[in-house]
Design a protein around this ligand. Structure first.
Ligand SMILES: NC(=O)c1ccc[n+]([C@@H]2O[C@H](COP(=O)([O-])OP(=O)(O)OC[C@H]3O[C@@H](n4cnc5c(N)ncnc54)[C@H](OP(=O)(O)O)[C@@H]3O)[C@@H](O)[C@H]2O)c1
Length: 345
């Protein structure tokens, strides 16, 4: 009897017979399970644009993940390393997640996957470090008034206004904090992003940093209308929002065990800065915008106000997307929450 079963399994393992044999399995269920455990799946990968057949994999384990299939695909097409690949069930559909398992996907006996090239990739950490180190460095060039910016006679001179020095401390602190958070706090779920994005993002961050720094550190810069009172209020807003932003980043980090990609509903913790989670889905963005509003009030500088506005617009778009995903993913998502501004937006 045992030999017969082994015989059936060996037949099943022979290419071409896999599925017919599996379909007619009539033995005891525990053997069927063992038998299924040894079956192999067929996977074909087509180009999502041209529908050209790129690859045929004939011995894929049913419990193989999309990440493993990507690795197999790379063996025949080394130019498309896994992070560059998007595999989908539908040519225009959403990308499958790396952790999706083949046998749980709604596919027939031969799984057809559609491939799109995401373009050259760069690691998120590199992206963030480049994006954030740029503004830090650029701002300081203006603060120290290096030659060829304000004219020869101002080279390496220093502003007589306290607010200019305070602004430099706040700006530098903000970007140093972000660099350190990128290295030691955030647990990203995606390792990479398209290389072309870095040019767009750096233009935005570096360009605005240069524009703001040029005016704030200009020899003809005039301090804010309401003097020290305005600066103190602005500093308080800035500091509170920085602490809030950091607290939210720590709370998000604690939701995800190291090395995992888990996503959970964030809830307020004992730290009062996280209580904003009661009202919004992305309080880190709320605090980020608050910091820039504080900085705009402190410096009373138009480019800073514009940077705050553009940042707010971008973060609102992201917050709305994240809020929608939470509602879709978690049935018990707290109904009171708005994406970024309590009760409003
Ligand atoms: N000034 C500006 O224009 C501007 C624009 C954007 C961002 N920022 C700043 O940069 C910071 C980071 O931006 P971000 O867009 O990466 O923020 P984010 O999407 O809120 O994510 C922060 C970190 O928390 C993780 N995370 C988010 N929600 C989670 C959940 N429910 N469960 C587990 N982990 C979760 C994220 O992982 P994933 O990798 O899975 O997302 C990421 O590692 C912002 O908070 C803000 O301070 C500034």
């Amino acid at each position: 009897k045992g030999r017969t079963r082994r015989g059936a399994w060996e037949a099943a393992a022979a290419p071409g017979l896999l599925f017919s044999t599996r379909a007619h399995w009539a033995g005891p269920p525990e053997d069927a399970q063992r038998f299924q455990g040894h079956r192999r799946e067929l996977v074909e990968i087509l180009d999502a644009k041209t529908r050209e057949k790129l690859c045929f994999l004939d011995k894929v384990e049913p419990h193989a993940t999309i990440a493993e299939i990507k690795n197999l695909f790379t063996k025949t097409h080394p130019q498309w390393y896994p992070a560059r690949q998007s595999l989908r069930l539908d040519p225009k559909g959403k990308s499958l997640k790396d952790e999706d398992v083949l046998q749980k996907l709604p596919v027939g006996t031969t799984a057809t996957l559609y491939f799109r090239d995401l373009g050259a990739q760069i690691s998120w950490v590199t992206v963030f470090l480049t994006e954030y180190a740029g503004p830090l460095f650029i701002y300081l060039l203006f603060y120290f008034r290096v030659p060829f910016i304000y004219g020869h006679k101002y080279d390496f001179t220093s502003s007589r206004h306290t607010v200019v020095h305070l602004a430099c401390i706040c700006h530098s602190f903000h970007y140093i904090k972000r660099l350190l958070e990128t290295l030691f706090v955030h647990r990203f779920s995606h390792g990479t992003m398209p290389l072309r994005n870095i040019f767009k993002n750096c233009t935005y961050y570096w360009g605005f940093a240069a524009w703001m720094a040029y005016y704030i550190n200009h020899p003809l810069y005039t301090p804010p209308t309401y003097g020290a009172q305005q600066v103190k209020l602005a500093l308080a807003i800035f500091v509170i929002c920085q602490l809030g932003n950091f607290s939210i980043h720590m709370a998000l980090r604690d939701l995800r065990p190291a090395g995992s990609k888990t996503r959970k509903i964030p809830y307020p913790t004992k730290n009062p800065f996280t209580w904003l989670f009661l009202l919004v889905s992305c309080p880190n963005y709320t605090y980020e915008v608050g910091s820039w509003i504080g900085f705009a009030i402190m410096t009373q500088c138009l480019p800073v106000a514009l940077f705050s506005l553009v940042g707010f617009t971008q973060m609102t778009i992201w917050a709305k997307g994240k809020h929608r995903s939470y509602l879709k993913e978690f049935r018990d998502y707290p109904p009171l929450r708005m994406p970024i501004i309590p009760f409003l937006l």
